[in-house]
Design a protein around this ligand. Structure first.
Ligand SMILES: Nc1ncnc2c1ncn2[C@@H]1O[C@H](COP(=O)(O)OP(=O)(O)OP(=O)(O)O)[C@@H](O)[C@H]1O
Length: 242
């Protein structure tokens, strides 16, 4: 498999705090790669660095063979790298379809083409029946899926999902897991930040673990679940015994 994303020695300092410290990782094309770790470990900062929302203090980001360090988010999006936000932020007074069409205009200025891409993204996220309702009337699970749909409508090669399952009940988590697997089946690479370990362990191909801004482990889900260091800083012994 080819590498689609390489993060090399990335660091981000906020004043005296090293939020991300000399972090490297490789994401292979077509995989689901999870980033896990305790609160404040630096996962969201890493997403912000990779997706161009904040500049790194040091290090490089290579996407699809190109150095994209310091590239702006809209440029990365047009190259095929897009992310969602932990806090959903739809245009609440607009319909679900119109919200998703915003993403659909990434590679076209034709309304009919953008609408078609948006409709496809709504099908994948199982929101097609909600296309015409206002975003403010969607429940949390639907709003999370709307975030994903907006990103999908940009036709990404790699989508970065920031806690899309947080706050959902078990049935909704299962629904979103299925959608994430469907996205993978479309050939789109996925990097996912998630705290719900059952979900992470069952959908991920590879997992990278962060603690205090540094990588402390990486590997297949079963390797991570059995790693004594990961158990001690994050998973806890209850999970390991499950
Ligand atoms: N803009 C900022 N200015 C100063 N400190 C920041 C900034 N953004 C993040 N931090 C700090 O950097 C560290 C890493 O935060 P980050 O949000 O990346 O962690 P996280 O792993 O995503 O946590 P969570 O799981 O709670 O979302 C934290 O100590 C946080 O307080």
């Amino acid at each position: 498999m080819n590498d689609i994303l390489q993060v090399e020695h990335l660091s981000k300092q906020f004043g005296g705090l090293k939020a991300v410290n000399d972090f490297s990782m490789t994401v292979q094309e077509g995989e689901i790669h999870a980033l896990i770790g305790p609160n404040g470990a630096g996962k969201t900062t890493l997403f912000n660095l990779i997706s161009g929302f904040i500049p790194p203090s040091a290090g490089k980001v290579i996407f699809a063979g190109q150095d994209v360090t310091n590239a702006k988010p809209y440029r990365l999006c047009s190259k095929g790298l897009v992310r969602t936000y932990q806090i959903v932020q739809p245009f609440r007074g607009m319909s679900t379809l119109d919200n998703v069409m915003v993403g659909g205009f990434t590679h076209t200025d034709k309304t009919s083409v953008a609408r078609e891409k948006a409709r496809k993204a709504l099908e994948i996220t199982k929101l097609d029946r909600k296309a015409d309702v206002q975003a403010r009337s969607l429940n949390l699970c639907e709003q999370k899926r709307l975030e994903v749909a907006r990103a999908l409508a940009t036709e990404p090669k790699l989508i970065m999902l920031d806690e899309v399952m947080a706050g959902l009940n078990p049935t909704e988590v299962a629904e979103v897991m299925e959608i994430v697997m469907d996205i993978k089946r479309l050939g789109i690479t996925i990097v996912i930040i998630e705290h719900i370990m059952q979900a992470v362990m069952s959908i991920s191909d590879n997992i990278t673990v962060l603690s205090f801004g540094e990588k402390i482990a990486e590997g297949k889900p079963d390797e991570i679940a059995a790693d004594p260091n990961v158990i001690s800083v994050y998973l806890g012994s209850d999970y390991a015994q499950e």
